[in-house]
Design a protein around this ligand. Structure first.
Ligand code: S3P
Length: 429
């Protein structure tokens, strides 16, 4: 088990680019593999989660060349995948498992998906239930809720499904199955979750209709290979936005970050807390908005966070907890029950870690209340096998009153292999 130590920083300064967006990188492989013809992908995230997806499609016979700069996917059309000879291993990646389950439900073959010990604990009924309503035949442990999952490909029929959770993984799994289903597929969700699948489907030539509260699509139509440029991941940029905000005397430019409005909750939350963040040179790449983000340090104040802001910042709560720990007054997070079923229980994990840093935290069922302080105490934090907990606690270490340590940091390579290298580049000690 590897640990990292981190020293307090004098400032965060300079200019960086962050690695490609994880959600968009997964989708580029998936849609490229089942489209007709060549898809190229630039800016692909070279993290373990995305390689799990890439390897799964290679195992189903898709040719994917990688010259280190660009991927070249030889799409074989909707029915061009081969039955995998072995179990497909999704590693730590919930997106791989849930989306690929949707895609495999409508194939003419049998397949099995598994993952690491963390992923095998995460709920899968949320995708199996709607896919079963479409005619899917999927078995899993724990009464059909946990991986390994066995998928017997079936002919699917389009359905209308109202999801109880605002989840892009659930929505995307249903849309992927919907590509294979007869008739129309419609998904409704309580709040709008990230819409990368809808945007990318359109980019690949699909007719996707979005309306207030949901999305609908016709099945049975082939996609066409396309060129994709993956923007920088705002979820990775988030660690640097908070670092440069909380370390006094900082100024950082983060170039080429995806600013899809379904993902920019972190910017809205930090600005509401008093942060100084500017969006510069707003542009488009492959149907996604992109900008450079300029951030300068600022004194934060506590706020209340809930409702539709939650899915727009769903992966950023660990680092929001760090920002709240340094804010003046109390931050209240509610409507965020989903955090309990992420890579780990992120409410419990951040509460345990930040308490060691001297922060006063009250855990609630669907969130937490955090009372900020001037500095944190240097401490030893645990990642709980969760990349975003590990990176958040390293950022917390920048404003501690001495050295801090984060244990079990290998997980960082699922989404941001060079995180500490990049941090070292902009950190003045
Ligand atoms: C993702 C959706 C979100 C997010 C995850 C990536 C996606 O999960 O937390 O990191 O790529 O669709 P949920 O759909 O479970 O909210």
């Amino acid at each position: 088990m590897q640990s990292l130590t981190i020293q307090p920083a004098r400032a965060i300064r300079g200019e960086i680019t962050v690695p490609g967006d994880k959600s968009i990188s997964h989708r580029a492989i998936m849609f490229g593999s089942i489209a007709q013809g060549i898809t190229t992908v630039r800016g692909f995230l070279r993290g373990e989660d995305n390689f799990a997806t890439l390897n799964a499609f290679r195992a189903m016979g898709i040719g994917i060349e990688d010259d280190g700069e660009m991927l070249r996917i030889k799409g074989m059309g909707l029915h061009g995948l081969d039955e995998p000879e072995d179990v497909l291993d999704c590693g730590n990646s919930g997106t791989s498992m849930r989306l690929i389950t949707g895609l495999l439900a409508g194939q003419r073959f049998f397949s099995v998906l598994t993952g690491d010990r963390y992923l095998r604990k995460r709920p899968m009924a949320r995708v199996i239930e709607p896919l079963s309503e479409m005619g899917g035949c999927i078995f899993g442990r724990a009464g059909g809720d946990k991986a390994p999952l066995a998928i017997v490909g079936k002919e699917l029929t389009g359905a209308t499904y109202s999801s109880r959770v605002a989840s892009a993984q659930v929505k995307s799994a249903i849309l992927l199955a919907g590509l294979y289903a007869s008739g129309e597929t419609e998904v409704r969700e309580p709040h709008l979750s990230r819409d990368h699948s809808e945007r990318m489907l359109r980019h690949f030539g699909a007719v996707v209709e979005t309306f207030d509260g949901g999305v609908r699509m016709q099945g049975g139509r082939e996609l066409e290979g396309r060129d994709i440029i993956v923007p920088g991941d705002i979820s990775s940029a988030a660690f640097f936005l908070v670092a440069a905000t909380i370390v006094p005397g900082s100024e950082l430019l983060i170039r080429g970050v995806g600013v899809n409005p379904t993902r920019t909750g972190i910017i809205d939350i930090l600005i509401a807390m008093g942060a100084d963040i500017e969006l510069l040179d707003l542009r488009q790449a492959s149907g996604e908005p992109v900008a450079d983000l300029l951030v300068r340090s600022a004194r934060l104040k506590g706020i209340e966070i809930g409702g539709d802001l939650v899915p727009r910042a769903i992966d950023e709560f660990p680092i929001i907890c760090v920002a709240a720990s340094l804010a003046e007054g109390r931050t209240v997070i509610r409507d965020a029950r989903e955090l309990r079923v992420k890579e780990t229980d992120r409410i419990a994990a951040m509460a345990a870690n930040l308490r060691k840093g001297g922060v006063q935290i009250v855990e609630t069922e669907d969130g937490m209340e955090i009372t900020g302080r001037e500095t944190l105490l240097g401490s030893v934090a645990e990642s709980f096998g969760d990349h975003r907990i590990a990176m958040s606690m390293l950022v917390a270490g920048l404003v501690a009153d001495g050295e801090s340590e984060v244990r079990d940091v290998e997980c960082i390579s699922t989404s941001f292999p060079d995180f500490s290298g990049l941090l070292a580049k902009v950190m003045l000690v």
